[in-house]
Design a protein around this ligand. Structure first.
Ligand code: GLN
Length: 549
């Protein structure tokens, strides 16, 4: 690790869900723009070892790293904002830390000592933080501690941070992302909950250096002074963070309150760049705001009646991937979430899909709403509407093709109907064994795998190269028994694993359909604002052409 390595701990005050992850990502972006190498770490204080078994409708998307680790959606924000690939060391939960310490104890790793939360858990937390900094060879580590001050379960992480500060007072700072409510009856922003949150943090022996004041409105100087006075910090170190239209504006907004100079001053560091180093980022934000063309895209899946808010959390990477590629093409895309069950109960409703410029079927699991999705795939195929299938969306496209083009009427996936006479999507033997043993955690095909693309296909045209690597999260695959039949009927497997055993991309030739493509992997995990994903961009391009015609 570099000498005088710096650490920024970001903690939450008052309540969670106010954008701590975006705030941390934005701070990272700004520090990058000042020429520093930053590595973000997300700490989730729950006992789950990883996020793999968590329900995305309740907890948001499960984001998958190259390594295959299943993590919190904030890791996706970090990768997108900071344009970097993160490693397993960059994410930890209380569960993963405890598991490691307990296993070490079982293996006599503590040589007969009594193993205790303090210091053994806190030491393990710090070991991981340092290892992550080492791996990235970074200048500054940005560690976001999930939850809020006062949650019992994050106390050991705060304690670990505190001990680090005691040892390296010049190298550690604390930022509290707080929330300032505006009660409807009063109509004014209240600072007291923030003051109390700081007091609670103080009771752990930690004083924040900077407070990010989230709220519906900007914070006026009077209130900055009030917080400053009550919390013993300079008013300039209270950053106003009002709600804004796009999360990608947040770094620009923080800089209005000069957050980077404040951080660099505390650390006694100097910017390594000069001028407008956030330029490309600003250009992207500007282009997005200026986009003139409009697109309507339907996202068809099994959705519960949870409202758009939760759905947008469950599919955040897909939504962002669409945003980036749309901005790249000068377009603004409206996504409509369609519950596929509606097509099962009212088949005529399917014709509403003619009003969309493109159709996406995202990843999913289980039986619910699947027949409705297959109807939507058929509609897209027959009516030549651009179609992008992501993981389940690819598998269901193969099933639709097997049923309606080849004529295997009961073709299915063994996830739903293992007794079908044509199980065109089937489980791999390795996975079957794990499931029989009742083991679910981290038992899918997870993380980055290489694939080889076939020349002359849509996929090859989009990527512009033969060798790719994409991230996976699924148990089932195209059944090797049926590959030849499906290809003979006209579907092209344009991407395969290097040994050609696993089908990675399925598409229809361009002379049959303008854009019909499904991926066994999740391309959305690798889409970045300044580097949109080529398949999403090709899809948006096809949607734009479809709209014009
Ligand atoms: N349910 C399918 C599988 O496990 C697809 C998973 C997904 O879409 N992520 O293979």
């Amino acid at each position: 690790m570099k000498k005088n390595h710096k650490y920024i701990f970001v903690v939450g005050g008052v309540m969670s869900g106010v954008g701590k992850g975006i705030a941390s990502s934005s701070i990272g972006k700004i520090l990058q723009s000042k020429g520093f190498k930053v590595n973000p770490i997300k700490v989730d204080p729950y006992l789950n070892v990883d996020a793999g078994n968590m329900n995305p409708i309740e907890h948001g998307e499960v984001f998958v790293l190259d390594s295959g680790l299943e993590t919190d959606q904030d890791m996706g924000n970090y990768e997108r904002f900071l344009e970097m690939n993160l490693n397993s060391e960059d994410y930890m939960t209380s569960g993963s830390v405890y598991k490691h310490v307990i296993e070490r104890e079982r293996n006599l790793g503590y040589r007969g000592k009594c193993v205790e939360a303090i210091p053994h858990i806190t030491e393990e937390i710090l070991r991981r933080i340092k290892k992550a900094a080492d791996e990235h060879q970074s200048d500054i580590s940005l560690i976001e501690i999930g939850g809020t001050i006062g949650d019992y379960q994050n106390i050991l992480f705060i304690e670990a941070a505190r001990t680090l500060k005691i040892k390296h007072p010049q190298d550690v700072i604390f930022i509290m992302v707080s929330y300032l409510p505006i009660p409807g009856s009063l109509g004014e922003m209240k600072t007291r909950p923030t003051q109390n949150a700081v007091r609670q943090l103080n009771s752990y022996g930690v004083q924040p250096d900077i407070i990010i004041a989230r709220g519906a409105q900007s914070l006026d100087y009077k209130r900055k002074e009030k917080i400053a006075m009550a919390c013993a910090i300079a008013p300039e170190n209270v950053i106003s963070a009002p709600d804004i239209a796009s999360i990608y504006d947040v770094p620009i907004n923080f800089e209005k309150d000069k957050i980077s100079s404040i951080i660099l001053k505390i650390f006694h560091l100097r910017s390594k760049t000069n001028g407008n180093s956030l330029k490309y980022w600003k250009d992207f934000v500007h282009e997005r705001a200026q986009a003139k063309k409009e697109l309507q895209i339907a996202v068809v899946g099994k959705y519960f009646d949870t409202g758009d808010f939760v759905l947008s959390d469950a599919y955040v990477s897909v939504i962002e991937a669409i945003k980036f590629s749309s901005a790249w093409k000068g377009a603004r895309t409206n996504l409509t979430w369609i519950n596929s069950k509606e097509y099962e109960t009212d088949p005529k409703k399917i014709s509403e899909l003619k009003d969309y410029d493109g159709i996406i079927v995202p990843g999913g699991f289980g039986e619910s709403g699947v027949e409705g999705v297959i109807m939507a795939v058929e509609y897209a195929r027959v009516n030549k509407i651009p179609y992008l299938g992501l993981c389940y969306g690819m598998q269901l496209a193969v099933i639709e093709f097997a049923r309606n083009v080849i004529g295997w009427k009961d073709a299915h996936t063994s996830e739903i109907n293992p007794k079908s006479s044509h199980v065109v999507i089937d489980i791999m033997p390795e996975q079957k064994k794990l499931l029989e043993e009742g083991r679910y955690g981290a038992t899918m095909r997870l993380g980055a795998y290489p694939a080889i693309l076939k020349k002359g296909t849509i996929a090859y045209g989009a990527y512009g190269e033969k060798n790719i690597s994409e991230r996976h999260r699924h148990r089932y695959e195209v059944n090797p028994e049926y590959i030849a039949d499906v290809e003979n009927a006209g579907m092209v497997f344009s991407g395969t694993s290097p040994d050609r055993r696993l089908m990675e991309i399925a598409e229809l030739p361009k002379n049959i359909h303008p854009f019909f493509l499904g991926t066994q992997f999740h391309p959305e995990f690798k889409a970045r604002p300044l580097h949109p994903h080529p398949l999403f961009t090709a899809f948006i391009d096809a949607c734009l052409k479809n709209r014009q015609s």
